[in-house]
Design a protein around this ligand. Structure first.
Ligand code: IPE
Ligand code: MG
Length: 236
């Protein structure tokens, strides 16, 4: 979700106004996913590196985050959204941590949409914490080093119970991953737009989906192998 600050600066307003506008876009995205039957949405709300921003901006973002947790969770629950948070939780205040845990607890049996909010998250942090947990098992004698493979590493990552993302959307004009889901994005289709996050709307999201639908995902295979697999699927 990139471009909140620039959106506000273009209007000669403080950056936090852009973050507030960005919070409204989150609802547009959730509505869009529910309407289209998209089952999982992962939002990159705050990166491990964002802690390094000026203190007043970090403080304002935390306030906004807490407000959103207080205001939105009930309605999300009513709509069947399962809410979860990934990232280094210890860095948040106790109040925010409690709200996160309460939201996860309240919505844990919902299935309409798996909403994951990546907060204080970094793809490198995720891989490091997976490595740490495997190393602890090895040290305790529960696991042999040669049992460690891609499947086992994936099982210790934050989104272990969800399929890898099909589509990655980044707003704000920059064409990079910026330490989002590094492992999980290996074969994800990437889609970039110049629009700033607060400008994102359902029409643009649909454009991204349409583009995605026109791509050929080969997962390292040849085009004809993929075509054959697809026609088998249709026959079955
Ligand atoms: C994204 O908007 C929101 C967060 C990272 C919290 P930015 O704050 O990065 O907005 P720009 O990139 O400065 O416009
Ligand atoms: Mg930015």
């Amino acid at each position: 979700m990139d471009g909140n600050g620039r959106w506000a600066e273009r209007r000669r307003r403080p950056r936090i106004i852009g973050h507030r506008a960005g919070a409204r876009t989150v609802n547009i995205c959730i509505d869009f996913c529910i309407a289209r039957g998209i089952e999982a949405l992962t939002l990159f709300a705050f990166s491990s590196e964002n802690w390094g921003r000026p203190e007043d901006e970090v403080g304002a973002l935390m306030k906004l985050f807490l407000n959103a947790l207080e205001r939105e969770v009930e309605e999300l629950h009513r709509r069947g959204v399962r809410v979860r948070f990934i990232g280094e939780r210890e860095r948040f205040s106790e109040k925010i941590r409690e709200r996160m845990a309460a939201a996860e607890q309240q919505t844990r049996n919902n299935h309409t949409l798996h909403l994951t909010v990546a907060a204080s998250y970094g793809g490198r942090w995720d891989i490091a914490q997976a490595a740490r947990s495997l190393a602890a098992d090895v040290a305790a004698g529960r696991l042999a080093p040669d049992e460690i493979d891609e499947v086992l590493i994936a099982s210790r990552l934050s989104l272990a119970d969800l399929p890898a993302p099909d589509l990655f959307i980044r707003t704000g004009g920059d064409t990079r991953i910026s330490n989002f889901l590094l492992w999980q994005l290996a074969y994800t289709e990437l889609w970039f737009t110049e629009l700033l996050w607060p400008e994102l709307d359902a029409t643009t999201l649909q454009r991204a989906l349409d583009d995605y639908g026109n791509r050929e995902r080969r997962f390292g295979l040849t085009g004809s192998q993929v075509a054959a697999a697809l026609s088998n699927e249709t026959v079955e």
